[in-house]
Design a protein around this ligand. Structure first.
Ligand code: PMP
Length: 410
């Protein structure tokens, strides 16, 4: 990854030439940390990386051979902008696991769901438009919404996900200010960064409010199949075909290097998305789509997801027990799946200011402010337990406790 330095910006002789929107492209807190935390002696609880070592590589070699045998020329050719029909049909089966009935016609394959989010934001957001989102919300989505110059309005979220009452209040407040709400962005399952899941009883309430207020919902669900004990409640899209755009991804249930995600959208929006995709990149990669299609057709992918669930459950247990042992004064969420814990530090500690001290102690995390568009979250931090071994997670959290204890003694 290219390192971005402030010096590089100062020396930029093209500074006057950039479009105004280029100013929204700043180095994220997560990105700025990258060069430091990739040092082997640092336990990184920062980046949200899937543990791809748990995927047997022969499953991919088999998929590759089968793809080359059956569709070799097509795999290296341009193709349609909507994505491969066979893979779209397989995606229908995947989404059915969360109660979604869909047609292949309404699915658009994207270059990761990040790309889907970017295209949707490009279709809907003008400067000053409001996006409602959980507080905290996914840093990558916040970055996109900022790039399109939207105002991000965080809605109070607790251990059961977004509060429907708070959603109504936020909508009222925005309307009174004369603002235009374009959509509600939600990560309903094992959210990044909080780890919390929107409860089954809140889902119909949120759907009902958005329907009444004519607000589109963006349901971003990359983690839903990575539950520890019991499946998540049905997707919001399962009961509302017209008011929800659903985003899924193979990044966490297979591997992010393929860069394959998908969007299920109402027909008119789907048509626009296909046009946006053709305009930006002609077509998504046939090569990686076909690899995934072969993998789904021939490998035991359900068993592989079970393997991932086992890995992440063990790491979540290690992280939670270390937090309880070493950080008794710190509040934590208790996720039922996914990659993340969200910690609330004792009053007076600023997690961003503390980060350099933590890195000195050889542990890294992501400060809470990264996950809000309005600078709040100073007392919070995100721990990602998906990548380090359980032993290293414990070591990392012990190191973190040394840093936090020093802060509370000051
Ligand atoms: N949404 C959420 C909530 C995520 O956590 C991520 C990745 N960390 C993405 C979208 C993007 O995933 P991808 O582009 O790899 O599909």
């Amino acid at each position: 990854m290219t390192e971005l330095t402030p010096q590089a910006n100062n020396l930029d002789q093209w500074l006057d030439a950039y479009a105004a929107r280029a100013e929204t492209l700043t180095v994220s807190e997560v990105r700025a940390l990258f060069s430091v935390v990739s040092r082997p002696e640092v336990v990184s609880l920062a980046g949200g990386m899937p543990y791809v070592a748990a995927l047997p590589k022969d499953l991919l070699s088999d998929a590759y051979e089968s793809m080359m045998r059956t569709r070799g020329d097509l795999a290296i050719q341009y193709a349609g902008g909507q994505g491969d029909l066979k893979l779209r049909d397989q995606i229908r089966d995947l989404m059915a696991l969360e109660g979604i009935h869909s047609s292949v016609e309404d699915i658009v394959i994207t270059t990761g769901s990040q790309h889907g989010l970017d295209m949707i934001a490009g279709l809907f957001l003008d400067e000053g438009d409001v996006v409602l989102a959980e507080g905290p919300s996914y840093v990558g989505a916040i970055g996109i919404f900022r790039h399109y110059e939207a105002h991000i309005e965080h809605v109070y979220t607790d251990n059961n996900g977004m509060s429907p009452e708070a959603l109504e209040e936020s909508i009222d407040r925005m309307k009174k200010q004369g603002k235009k709400i374009k959509f509600l962005y939600l990560v309903p399952n094992f959210a990044n960064p909080s780890g919390v899941t929107l409860s089954a009883d809140r889902r119909p309430k949120i759907l009902e409010i958005c329907k009444r207020e004519h607000i589109l919902i963006l349901e971003d669900n990359p983690y839903g199949l990575l539950y520890f004990d019991k499946p998540v409640p049905d997707a919001l899209r399962a009961t509302d075909e017209d008011g929800v755009i659903y985003l899924g991804s193979f990044s966490k249930i297979l591997a992010p290097g393929f860069r394959v995600g998908y969007v299920l959208a109402p027909p008119a929006i789907r048509d626009k998305l296909v046009l946006a995709q053709e305009s930006a990149l002609l077509c998504p990669s046939s090569f990686t789509q076909f690899m995934i299609s072969e993998y789904l057709a021939h490998a035991d992918w359900q068993k592989q997801i079970d393997t991932f669930r086992g890995v992440y459950r063990e790491r979540k247990d290690a992280a939670l027990s270390a937090v309880r042992e070493y950080l008794p004064n710190v509040e934590t969420t208790t996720p039922d799946g996914g990659f993340y814990l969200w910690l609330t530090l004792p009053e007076g500690i600023d997690s961003k200011a503390m980060l350099p001290l933590a890195v000195k102690e050889l542990v890294a995390y992501t400060p809470g402010t990264a996950f809000f568009g309005d600078g709040t979250g100073q007392r919070n931090l995100r721990i990602c337990y998906s990548y380090p071994t359980p032993e290293n997670i414990k070591i990392g959290i012990k190191r973190l406790s040394n840093v936090i204890n020093l802060q509370t003694e000051l």
